[in-house]
Design a binder for this molecule. Structure first.
Ligand code: ADP
Length: 172
């Protein structure tokens, strides 16, 4: 068996969660305790138009207006997480999309614990390598995923990576 693959994923702490500093901190603790490296982190807010772009694949869905209004309603924390199989692992920790379903079938998941409705479900995570790259680029246009793998994968394997956790430090 080959070693598992190092992956990057985009995690968002959505506006409903960010309204509650204590819960936000608890979710960050879950992220750290599960061995994810936070290699980029930024508190940011997006407007309606940007939200429509970010979720454009859902344009025809009945919840699109609700979703884009909500996601542009306040600050979020956007993070790039690195870990082996980070995409599946982070989605597993988040639990099912819908909060009420999460409470039924994954009661200890983040969405079960912190989501407040099917739309306002606390967190986001990319669902594939392709969307991770696109979504990371959306929130961190200056960050180049391919370059990161070239320069940091070896450091990661040797435990010599640098971790970023200071929201907005050094950023305008
Ligand atoms: P996920 O965020 O789990 O990848 P989707 O990409 O299907 O799920 O949906 C994007 C977001 O749209 C969800 O996180 C949630 O905020 C919202 N959403 C999805 N399905 C519904 C629904 N049936 N009712 C209300 N909001 C929804």
């Amino acid at each position: 068996m080959g070693r598992s693959r190092l992956q990057l994923t985009l995690a968002l702490l959505k506006p409903d969660l960010m309204m509650h500093p204590v819960r936000t901190k608890e979710v960050k603790t879950i992220i750290k305790d599960n061995g994810f490296l936070v290699i980029q982190s930024r508190v940011t807010a997006i407007n309606q138009r940007e939200a429509e772009k970010f979720y454009e694949e859902h344009r025809e869905r009945f919840f699109f207006t609700r979703l884009t209004g909500y996601i542009s309603s306040g600050p979020m924390t956007a993070m790039v997480l690195a870990k082996e199989n980070s995409i599946a692992h982070w989605r597993d920790l988040m639990g099912p999309t819908k909060t009420y379903r999460a409470r039924d079938i994954a009661p200890t998941s983040i969405r079960a614990l912190y989501g407040i409705s099917d739309t306002r479900n606390a967190t986001h995570g990319s669902d594939s390598d392709e969307s991770a790259k696109k979504e990371i680029n959306f929130f961190f246009p200056e960050f180049n995923c391919d370059n990161w793998f070239e320069t940091h994968e070896v450091l990661y394997r040797e435990n010599r990576h640098t971790v970023v956790w200071d929201d907005n430090q050094g950023l305008t």
